[in-house]
Ligand binder design. Structure first.
Ligand code: F6P
Length: 503
């Protein structure tokens, strides 16, 4: 299949006009070995996608033309790769992979974080049975994913995550916590986020009303703006700083991971960083044709740009990874949901598709009808884990994995029937990512893979994945409305809604 032939169908691709995947398997006997890869204990299979030698060759050429190697070097060297904000992206330094200067700084900050974890364990906060982690977006999604994935049996601690400004969320979360023995971790890069500051005040009131001595003494702030946390009345001994170059959605490796490090144990947190560093090395030193995050980005570009797919479905066939789609929604859509290039010109191509998904097998009984027979063609990604953990019944686990693999096979193969209602067109692409086991190390590597894939997509598009100006306007208008100003600039519809809600 020539890339050219896909390109001419852009936006109007039907199932029938795509080359048949089963034909590609026949035409390329080494297809599986060419399109399956392994790194850091994770197996990646893109053979059931429409990538082939010619498509890969074309994208490799584009990567070269876009200066992929130089862009990657700049990222790892701690150069400014976020020009709109004049910053480097230093999240890899948190796991030891950046420039020596950034790594030293991150290491010093991590030592402070560790000292705090040790102090809590040694009783500096009295008996601790629970953690209330307050934050939103990148300040909560990562730690929540880690604790949900790895803390199910590892931790006796009750760790709860609060993000929404909705008071119902606050009530739900604190209901199961004992204020006398709970530590409140407030994570916010800017320490100005409305939701987080509102929830922090609610937590203070909750501690006060429960008669806790010195409620402020139970608050820990994690931020890139320590002076803003000081202004909010948090003592400097309980403020953990992380670097400005660490973007919110890339921050779980930093002290934003405090709640997870405390709940899972320091060794697990170190394991997470080591796994991510292993994926960093793979991404940094592998050639184009073997570079797993880059090849994933080629598949993303193929379906978004040349087939016109506007979404990518991600299904975790493991309950422990049920939050992965939510985490990746922010990582991918906030990073690459842009319309202009780094120098402000229209991109002229579709950028990030909508990332959505759920867990298997639940999703099979809800949304998979559309995947198999609907008119929308979308690439699907299955993430599964080979080994079950001790708590998972092996037979359940076997059925879970077989279901994941069966779905990929069915999507590709399809089945013809004389009855059109019972026909499956097949030829629907899927990728499979299979972890040997789920532990801190492999989860770190998996998340780092997605970070690098996001970066690789941005390089191929020429966009900046590290800013997020798109989220500002709505926040600004909400702030103005909360302050009661500028209502006169509002449209009739919004004004009527405000009046109707009695605000
Ligand atoms: O509104 C989007 C955003 O800025 C994200 O990028 C960020 O992760 C989140 O809000 C929370 O911001 P902060 O950590 O500064 O509270």
């Amino acid at each position: 299949m020539a890339n050219r032939c896909l390109a001419t169908m852009c936006g109007a691709m039907t199932d029938a006009s795509l080359p048949r995947l089963d034909e590609l398997f026949k035409a390329e006997p080494d297809r599986l070995s060419k399109l399956s890869f392994e790194a850091a204990g994770i197996y990646f299979d893109w053979s059931k996608t429409h990538l082939d030698r010619s498509v890969l060759g074309d994208f490799a050429k584009r990567a070269e033309e876009r200066g992929f190697s130089a862009a990657r070097d700049a990222l790892f060297a701690g150069e400014v790769v976020n020009p709109s904000e004049g910053r480097a992206a230093t999240h890899m330094a948190e796991r030891g992979s950046g420039s020596p200067r950034d790594v030293d700084l991150a290491t010093a900050r991590r030592q402070r974080m560790r000292a705090l974890v040790d102090a809590i364990e040694a009783g500096a906060f009295g008996a601790v049975t629970g953690i209330l982690h307050i934050g939103i977006g990148g300040s909560v999604l990562g730690p929540h994913l880690l604790v949900d994935a790895l803390g199910r049996r590892a931790s006796a601690l009750n760790v709860r995550f609060l993000s929404n400004i909705d008071g119902a969320a606050f009530d739900d979360v604190v209901r199961t916590l004992d204020p006398a023995t709970t530590i409140v971790v407030v994570a916010s890069k800017t320490f100005t986020t409305l939701e987080t500051l509102t929830n922090m005040e609610a937590a203070r009131a909750w501690l006060r009303e429960a008669g806790v001595d010195d409620p402020d003494g139970r608050l820990i702030a994690v931020t890139a703006k320590p002076e803003a946390a000081l202004d909010q009345g948090i003592d400097e001994t309980r403020i953990l700083q992380f670097g400005e170059g660490v973007g919110g959605r890339y921050s779980l490796w930093s002290s934003v991971g405090l709640s997870a490090a405390f709940a899972l144990g320091w060794d697990a947190f170190e394991g997470l960083l080591e796994g991510a560093a292993e994926m960093d090395r793979h991404f940094r030193f592998s050639d184009t044709v073997e570079n797993i995050p880059l090849i994933a980005a080629f598949a993303d570009r193929l379906y978004a740009e040349q087939v016109g797919c506007q979404t990518r479905g991600l299904f975790a066939y493991d309950e422990r990874l049920r939050l992965l789609p939510f985490y990746l929604q922010q990582l991918e859509m906030e990073s690459n949901g842009k319309s202009v290039t780094t120098d402000g010109k229209a991109v002229g191509k579709p950028t990030a598709p909508v990332t959505w998904g759920g867990t298997g097998t639940d999703a099979q009984h809800a949304v998979f009808q559309l995947l198999h027979q609907g008119t929308v063609l979308m690439p699907v990604e299955f993430v599964a884990v080979r080994e079950s953990d001790d708590a998972q019944d092996p037979e359940h686990h076997r059925m879970l994995l077989l279901n994941a693999f069966a779905q990929g096979a069915a999507l590709m193969r399809g089945r013809q029937s004389d009855d059109p209602q019972r026909s499956y067109p097949g030829n629907r692409p899927s990728a499979t990512i299979l972890l040997d086991r789920l532990d801190a190390r492999s989860l770190g590597a998996l998340i780092a893979f997605y970070e690098h894939r996001t970066f690789a997509n941005a390089v191929l598009l020429g966009i900046n994945p590290f800013d997020q100006f798109g989220v500002e306007l709505g926040k600004e208008i909400a702030r103005q409305l909360a302050e009661g100003s500028d209502e006169e600039i509002l449209d009739a519809s919004t004004r009527a809604l405000i009046e109707r809600a009695g605000l």
